[in-house]
Ligand binder design. Sequence first.
Ligand code: PMP
Length: 371
Amino acid sequence: MKNSTIIMSGNKGSRKINFGSGPAALPEEVLHQASEAVVDYNHTGLSILEIPHRGKLFLDILEESKALVRELCELDDQFEVLWLHGGGRLQFCMVPANFLGENDVAGYIDSGHWSQEAMNYAAYYGRSEALCSSRDVRYTALPTFPKKIPDDLAYVHITTNNTIYGTQWHRLPDVKVPLVADMSSDIFSIGRDYKNLSLFYAVAQKNVGAAGTTLVVLRKEMLKRVKRDLPPMLDYRAQVAKASVLNTPPVFAIYTCLLMLRWTKKKTLAVLEQESIDKSCLLYDALDQSNIFHPVVAQPEYRSRMNVCFRANNSEIEKGFSDFCSQQNITGLEGHRTVGGFRVSLYNAISREDVQQLVSAMDTFEKNIVL
Ligand code: PMP
């Protein structure tokens, strides 16, 4: 990079430990590379913000990013990879818009806010039914998946990790109809057989890269199942035909995803999964042993490795602990506004040392608390 300063140099040491749920922490290496590209992309004399989206520079970024997704997920050429706008919610809409005919029924696994919202979007297009739900326990556990599900469903939709409530499906159900997965908050962190899915999507702002784009992967065969005429922006067939450049894509967000995918490949999915197990065990163990903090999800088999939710004995302690963490440069701990308490997001960029610092802060706080 010529004649420019990387934003974070000279600022080292003051970077916060960010346990926010998304947009979430990214590896410093990725932040440096992204900031360099904003000033001068690959010594081209152009910023990444200035390059044309139909030119070779960006088409190379697209191609490499798609190839990396295929490689990481071990997908063959039966799958299409797309980068789309509109976040998770647009996928809540596009999935039924494309695959749920007016007289069809889609089965949704209701394990929390996001799966419920996805189900509500489906109701605009056809019938959506909850195959099972853990609403009665306020989503603090996963529902029991039904032994038998109708084989005439248009598809089954599952949210693999429940970002707000801190539960996670460690194994996905076997179904005979197309399985669609919202993997927004745990993609690339847990061993999954991606090949068994008909469609999966993940917002970028957690494990994939920067907010502004959503990774969508679908089986080519699904394109034959589209149920209605749709405006091209909402139609997977049109998006595939135009290879993610139907309109101007979020170039910088996709480039940040490419940087993150390179980082992910370098780490390997196996290492990331092991780290994710270690980090979450460290935190859950501390919570299980604490006298003032309590994990919200009691059963270990339901606990998310990505979003750990907990409460303290009372709101005074919660406020005190929040203030204490701020002083320690630890941020992003607030639970979702609808549930309160704390939520610690342990996405891939969070290191074991970051979690150790939080656990030490919990310990120090608990030892010194005057009740
Ligand atoms: N699905 C899940 C699992 C999420 O955690 C979120 C948001 N964090 C969404 C969907 C919605 O994403 P967006 O805000 O991009 O619509």
